[in-house]
Design a protein around this ligand. Structure first.
Ligand SMILES: [Zn+2]
Length: 467
């Protein structure tokens, strides 16, 4: 009798201590390795004249783990293999979305929880058919099959999607195909163009909402923008990730029903691909502001909420330090926009003056945009190198393209590289790296995400905590 009472007590304790998460927030910082988080915290301290860190919300969570990210085909994963693993727990090959290495679909957290009666919202700062959100509803042997993946989005019947647009609204192989806006409307979705429209749909009780940028979908056959504006380029009236998150929360929390939300900070990755530290920092701050909203929700529902923050992989091979024992992260404050916006302004200048553009004008431009020749003192060698690139450009004005950064003038890339170098920020690659990523957790079952793990362990744990 006594023994059975103890067993019963143990069982109850186990159930209670593991608890059940009714409200789940899954934050995925694309390309958000450990150093870009620390870079942001050290930058925030250093711009206040302090050495150390000014903590972000995510790093204050009580449970911390670190996750390896390799795929079945590559030591260094891409976003589709990593997204698939974070969504389902199954590793797969690079470039594959929503299918395991044998080509079979493995149910995702979003699909499983939808069946269990949870409402589902998926949002991102890039397009809603991109690899990370796509991994929660789509299946394709090729992550770039955007049209197919966009149809699967509508087929999911998930409650909320938010992001820039559809990247490929019409099937490129079949131009007379139904465009994705019409297709999604036939599946019961309404398109909200901007925050105000989304809020009025939500207030009106709409159950399936797709929030996109204001002008997206006006021409329903035109490819959409690949992303919302970078946080560093703040554009009035354009969407921001915290606004999208707020809208989703207004919709999903209204009824008191269980919900699962995935929020992707998609442009942390894009900034890291460009080796653009100042833009990456602002993306991390924006991502963290979304996490802060979830944290506030957690504070009023601490026994029913789980928040997980992680990344799909590291991007850029970011290093904090490239010379001696110092960082000058405050210098990054001199950068006035993302590399792509600086490049656009440079292009305007170059088009205006053409062959008559002088090196003095270029110096004044980079002084304005990046603080070079002002707060950032270039060495003679650095100046000579920039002059050489300038002369080459006048002979042959070719631009270069890399992932997510098209038609960049080499001189812009070089000038921003000099700012990063002087800030003592190092980069080893314009691609991804194999660095293990952070896992921050708070709430019901959060302690189970502590320690050194593999990214395949995360999704099964979330599913278990939501039984
Ligand atoms: Zn990624």
């Amino acid at each position: 009798m006594r023994r059975s009472s103890i067993l019963l007590l143990l069982l109850l304790t186990t159930i209670l201590s593991f608890g059940q998460a009714k409200y789940v927030f899954y934050f995925i910082g694309d390309g958000m390795g450990p150093n870009v988080v620390l870079l942001t915290e050290m930058y925030l301290a250093q711009r206040n004249g302090e050495i150390g860190v000014k903590p972000l919300c995510m790093t204050q969570f009580p449970h911390y783990g670190t996750a390896t990210t390799f795929s079945t085909s590559n030591s260094i994963t891409d976003s589709s293999a990593a997204g698939t693993c974070l969504a389902s727990g199954e590793k797969t090959k690079n470039n594959v979305l929503g299918l395991n290495a044998n080509g079979e679909h493995v149910p995702t957290i979003a699909e499983i929880l939808q069946e269990r009666g949870y409402k589902v919202g998926l949002m991102t700062s890039v397009s809603i058919d991109h690899a990370t959100p796509g991994a929660f509803y789509g299946q394709s042997a090729n992550r770039n099959s955007y049209y197919t993946i966009g149809k699967q989005l509508a087929d999911s019947r998930f409650n909320f999607f938010g992001g820039s647009s559809f990247y490929q609204p019409v099937d490129p192989k079949n131009p007379s195909s139904t465009n994705l806006y019409d297709y999604a409307e036939q599946a019961g979705y309404v398109f909200a163009h901007g925050i105000e429209e989304a809020q009025s749909f939500i207030a009106g009780g709409k159950e399936q909402v797709i929030l996109i940028q204001k002008n997206e979908g006006q021409d329903r056959t035109k490819p959409g923008e690949g992303h919302i504006p970078y946080a560093i380029d703040r554009v009035p009236n354009a969407l921001t990730l915290p606004q999208i998150t707020k809208c989703a929360m207004e919709m999903l929390t209204a009824s008191g029903d269980p919900f699962f939300m995935m929020v992707e900070g998609g442009q942390i990755d894009w900034a890291n691909h460009a080796n653009d530290a100042a833009s990456a920092i602002q993306e991390v701050i924006e991502f963290d502001a979304s996490i802060q909203m979830a944290y506030e929700f957690y504070q009023s529902h601490p026994d029913e909420t789980l928040i997980i923050v992680t990344a799909d992989h590291e991007t850029g091979g970011l290093a904090l330090g490239n010379d001696k024992y110092v960082l000058h992260l405050d210098l990054l404050d001199n950068q006035k926009g993302s590399i792509s916006s600086i490049n656009s302004r440079f292009e305007e200048l170059y088009k205006q003056y053409g062959k008559k553009l002088t090196f003095d004008q270029v110096k004044a431009f980079f002084n304005q945009e990046l603080g070079l020749y002002g707060n950032v003192n270039l060495t003679e060698e650095e100046n000579a190198q920039l002059l050489k690139t300038f002369k080459e450009m006048k002979k042959n004005a070719q631009t270069t393209s890399s992932m997510y950064n098209d038609n960049i003038y080499p001189i812009c890339k070089e000038a921003m590289g000099l700012l990063n170098k002087h800030a003592k920020v190092g980069w080893t690659t314009h691609s991804h790296s194999a660095a293990a990523v952070p896992v921050f957790a708070i709430g019901v079952g959060a302690e189970r995400f502590s320690g050194y793990m593999d990214n395949s362990q995360i999704a099964p744990l979330i599913i278990e905590i939501c039984q």
